[in-house]
Design a protein around this ligand. Structure first.
Ligand code: A2P
Length: 278
């Protein structure tokens, strides 16, 4: 009927590949996280990313079209919703708009997950290192909630370097929440979180531990603090996600320790991915 056709049209999503925002949290004036509905058909491996965005006027024609960027999924593969952790760039084409989303709004989400920060790209080992700067924490927020991480490794070390102390809050809260995580406690066993060593550092504001993780490793301080030996290809596996300069510097350091870069098609000792910057 006419009436039901109108109702259906009113309910139809306004965007291609639309998903609905369910929650938004602002952590600092530069950082926010949000959750959206998950497409029923979407399967992904913890650590992968998808393209998300909004409709925006094309720079040349002014015509509305999808403006998309690669975002790591910050929620684990078993979660009913999808979570993302984002920077806000004042004049960033996407994030200047995306930072204003509210629950009930729609975003575009292309359901084609890809990425290299996955367990399949690493050979078995004893200890896994997750190295993040800034919003590069996002894929590790997924992997830290993934049971396989604790099934595969005896020790899980997460380092997070940010400019300011408040930029560590999202990660710290997430790590705290793991203690209460029902699935992980059930599947891995109570006290699984004692496998985790969290090493947050700041570079431009006073905090308990200051300095770039790269410098702290070079001096040996990070290994002394954590009570572990320097990285060794026999035992250690690593995933890197941060800004470009960080990724390149740390990659070179890992190669000096003798670790070899892996891929989905050829698992090795470490993998790298660039954190999104608008
Ligand atoms: P710094 O303040 O010394 O530049 P950004 O916000 O610019 O992406 O940086 C996030 C964090 O990554 C900052 O704490 C920054 O330190 C750090 N960082 C930037 N480049 C490198 C690098 N090459 N090696 C290690 N840490 C880095």
């Amino acid at each position: 009927t006419q009436a039901s056709a109108t109702a259906a049209a009113a309910k139809a999503p306004a965007l291609p590949d639309a998903q609905t925002v369910t929650q938004v949290r602002h952590w600092t004036d530069r950082l926010f996280s949000f959750r959206v509905t998950r497409p029923a058909s979407l399967r992904f491996r913890s650590g992968e990313f998808v393209m998300i965005g909004l409709m925006a006027p094309d720079e040349k024609t002014g015509k509305e079209k999808p403006l998309l960027r690669a975002y790591s999924i910050a929620s684990p593969s078993w979660d009913e919703e999808l979570e993302f952790y984002s920077i806000k760039v004042p004049d960033g084409p996407l994030t200047s708009r995306l930072q204003h989303i509210q629950p009930g709004d729609e975003i575009i989400l292309r359901p084609k997950p890809v990425g290299t920060l996955v367990h399949d790209a690493l050979l078995p080992g004893k200890r896994i290192w997750f190295f993040a700067t800034g919003t590069g924490f996002a894929p590790f927020a997924s992997l830290l909630r993934e049971p396989q991480t604790y099934q595969d490794y005896d020790e899980v070390i997460i380092t997070h370097t940010c400019r300011e102390a408040a930029e560590l809050d999202y990660g710290r809260e997430l790590i705290e929440s793991l203690k209460e995580d029902e699935l992980l406690n059930e599947v891995i066993g109570e006290g699984f979180w004692r496998k985790i060593k969290y090493y947050p550092t700041t570079t431009r504001e006073e905090s308990a531990k200051m300095g770039r993780i790269t410098d702290l490793m070079r001096s040996g301080e990070a290994f002394r603090d954590l009570g572990v030996p320097p990285l060794d290809p026999e035992t250690d596996r690593a995933m890197i996600c941060g800004n470009l300069a960080f990724n390149l510097e740390l990659k070179a350091m890992l190669e000096e320790y003798g670790l070899v870069e892996g891929a989905n098609s050829k698992p090795q000792h470490y993998v790298v991915e660039k954190a999104f910057l608008d």
